[in-house]
Write a protein that binds this ligand. Structure first.
Ligand SMILES: NC(=O)c1ccc[n+]([C@@H]2O[C@H](COP(=O)([O-])OP(=O)(O)OC[C@H]3O[C@@H](n4cnc5c(N)ncnc54)[C@H](O)[C@@H]3O)[C@@H](O)[C@H]2O)c1
Length: 374
């Protein structure tokens, strides 16, 4: 069986998720490719030590150029703080290897455009991470939308809500500092996940009114002092879509301070004939609406219906590790030309479109006006 060799640059939270998905790749039934993690780069030696337990890895280094020069690596996954995306993504593309990038795909719109331009001049296969739509619930929402059963679309709502930042004593990290995370703040952290399905459905916002909030503005620095926390914590975006030449509202929220929400990703699409609603807060529940004499929302308990079947039983519950693996399976399938009709990872074009929305949202917040998105 063909084996694809992968290297990781940035072995933190997400690097480990990717390593763990590759570690149980055999759980995919009849998947025609083997994927092996061969090399990891991180500037933190302790982080590298964690990877010593993975037998397929032959190279652990603090110098990412060693991965770019390694002739046996086919794909590089980069999971670094946002201020490093542009340089590292461009370097991977220049090395001729394929790239699996992390969101937000550059610290801002300018960086995303520069990365996209370089990809267009290359033959590299590049996609960006966004795993939630690969859960059975996300997949069913997409199916409902594409079925036409919803009729004329009335409105779209989508969001991603965290509450871990509700704790004012949680120490600061790079994700809470604009210099490393970006001016777009929480939109860069959570926005790509929120926009993936809408953009794939062709729902590109044409204007936006944004309300951004900085709620907790300083945090313990972990060394006995306090540091400024200058990113946007929460974002409410009221945007407008054009669907069949009519304006349709799309309300988006991305929040780090949403009381009670652990990692709630949701999408709801309402139409004149039907509706669909899914929230990871209730991972198994798919809600659908069909217009009849009486107005009834119906709950269906989903099982393990995934695009790339695994050994997991059809009635078992899916989780984060499962949708992450499904996303990676979609990446390698698309790279190798067998994705077929299945849902794919975020494209560079979609990443740039999401940045256009976030850049317009920043402007809207400052001017307190509705901003047209070019
Ligand atoms: N898809 C998702 O659900 C998801 C979730 C969280 C984060 N992310 C994204 O993943 C990326 C990384 O986030 P994370 O949560 O893994 O961060 P993290 O801080 O846990 O990990 C980043 C790693 O990069 C290393 N690093 C920093 N500078 C480096 C350099 N110059 N060279 C090599 N290594 C370096 C750090 O030592 C750290 O181990 C970000 O783009 C973030 O937005 C995605």
């Amino acid at each position: 069986m063909k084996t694809v060799s992968v290297g990781i640059i940035g072995g933190g939270l997400m690097g480990k998720e990717v390593a763990s998905a590759f570690g149980r790749w055999f759980a995919l039934n009849d998947y025609p490719l083997k994927v092996e993690l061969k090399a990891v780069c991180d500037i933190n030696e302790d982080t590298l030590n964690w990877y010593k337990q993975i037998p397929s890895i032959g190279l652990l280094t603090t110098d990412y150029k060693k991965l770019l020069d390694a002739p046996d690596l086919d794909v590089i996954y980069v999971a670094l703080p946002h201020h490093l995306h542009q340089q590292y993504y461009l370097d991977v593309i220049a090395s001729g290897k394929d790239l699996f990038a992390e969101k937000p795909f550059g610290i801002d719109l300018e960086a995303a455009n520069a990365i996209k331009e370089k990809i267009d001049q290359s033959s590299c296969f590049v996609r960006c991470s966004s795993e939630m739509p690969f859960l059975p619930g996300g997949q069913r929402v997409i199916k409902e939308i594409l079925s036409g059963r919803l009729g004329k679309i009335i409105e779209v709502r989508a969001g991603f809500c965290h509450s871990s930042d509700m704790d004012p004593l949680k120490p600061i990290n790079w994700k809470r500092q604009s210099e490393f995370c970006g001016e777009i703040g929480v939109m860069g952290d959570l926005g790509m996940h929120v926009m993936h399905i809408p953009l794939r459905m062709g729902w590109v916002p044409k204007r936006v009114y944004a309300q951004l909030q900085k709620i907790v503005t300083s945090r313990p620095d972990g060394k006995g002092g306090w540091s400024e926390c200058d990113t946007w914590n929460n974002a409410h975006l009221s945007s407008t879509l054009s669907i069949e030449d009519e304006d349709v509202p799309m309300l988006l929220e991305m929040k780090r301070l949403a009381p009670g929400e652990t990692n709630s990703w949701y999408i709801e699409v309402l139409g004149t004939e039907g509706g669909v609603r899914y929230n990871t807060k209730d991972t198994k529940a798919l809600w659908t609406f069909k217009r009849e004499k009486e107005q009834v929302w119906q709950r269906l308990d989903l099982g393990f219906q995934v695009a790339f079947p695994t050994i997991t039983g059809g009635i078992f519950e899916p989780g984060f590790a499962d949708c992450f693996m499904q996303m990676l399976a979609a990446y390698f399938a698309e790279r190798d030309g067998f994705l077929g009709e299945r849902f794919g990872c975020v494209t560079p074009e979609e990443a740039v479109l999401s940045h256009k929305l976030f850049a317009a949202a920043l402007k809207s917040h400052v001017t307190k006006t509705v901003i047209e998105i070019p």
